[in-house]
Design a protein around this ligand. Structure first.
Ligand SMILES: C[S@@+](CC[C@H](N)C(=O)[O-])C[C@H]1O[C@@H](n2cnc3c(N)ncnc32)[C@H](O)[C@@H]1O
Length: 254
């Protein structure tokens, strides 16, 4: 059965705006050098594929492959034909021993909500990596409570290719309590050029440091390094991000 993705990724009009709405993001300064230094790279939940497109444009000569279950996002990615773009979800990836680096960026890891889904995705990533391969990803640290800033007064506005204003505003569905597991929210996109606003509902998983370590260990990964922000600051209890560099342990070490 095909993975159901949020409207933010499945609606062609919203997918076309994704890169503009996320412009100026700080994470590519961390990920791009890792990609450039590695011969074969898989980006899981690649979305519009901007990271891999930047890598190819920057002279990456090796294998670059992006996977995503949202056709509309991959349509944006496909402006670059010299990269493999694969429709699919993390858990059902087909590769064995194929990539030296797997990344999940833009908090794509947090779309994996259920434990079973997370375990299946980590197993597939483990299989896809070569023996000394690394898996690098980030998840928002629940103790930093990022969702408290997902309010309409922190809306982002851009101007689209036709000169129309587009506004993106977040509202958390249950603003007062965090259930220790997930946060659900609605993003409202509006533009004077549309008949009605476009609404996207999402649920993201918030795993703490110990839970991340437990799942990785269970899946056969060793944590090489962890950071708390995109400047590689040490991970602390209140860091905004849990950024993890993990390597594939050989089966005999599990
Ligand atoms: C917030 S976007 C991040 C996109 C991109 N990695 C970035 O850094 O901009 C999350 C992406 O995860 C994808 N996604 C949703 N469910 C997924 C799954 N089960 N496996 C892999 N990707 C998934 C969505 O389609 C979407 O493109």
């Amino acid at each position: 059965m095909a993975t159901v993705v949020d409207r933010a990724f499945s609606d062609p009009a919203l997918a076309a705006l994704y890169d503009s709405l996320c412009a100026g993001r700080p994470d590519f300064g961390f990920y791009l050098p890792l990609v450039m230094a590695t011969a074969s790279v898989l980006d899981v939940g690649c979305g519009t594929g901007e990271l891999l497109r930047l890598a190819r444009a920057g002279g990456h000569q090796g294998r670059l492959c992006g996977l995503d279950p949202a056709r509309s996002m991959l349509e944006q990615a496909r402006v670059r034909r010299d990269i493999e773009w694969v429709l699919g979800d993390a858990a059902s990836m087909p590769w064995h021993n194929a990539f030296d680096l797997v990344v999940m960026t833009g908090h794509a890891f947090q779309v994996l909500v259920d434990d079973d889904e997370l375990r299946a995705a980590l197993a597939a990533i483990h299989r896809a990596l070569t023996d000394c391969g690394q898996f690098v990803f980030e998840t928002r640290n629940p103790t930093a409570r990022a969702w408290e800033h997902w309010t309409p007064d922190e809306a982002v506005e851009i101007v689209d290719a036709n000169g129309w204003k587009v506004r993106m505003a977040h509202a958390v569905d249950t603003p007062l309590e965090f259930d220790g597991r997930t946060v659900s929210f609605t993003v409202t996109y509006s533009s004077p050029s549309w008949e009605a606003p476009r609404l996207s509902h999402s649920t993201l998983r918030f795993l703490g440091v110990e839970a991340v370590a437990g799942l990785l260990s269970e899946a056969g990964f060793a944590i090489d390094d962890q950071f708390g922000d995109w400047n590689r600051a040490p991970l602390t209890r209140t860091s905004p991000e849990i950024i993890t560099i993990a390597s594939r342990r050989k089966a005999s070490h599990r």
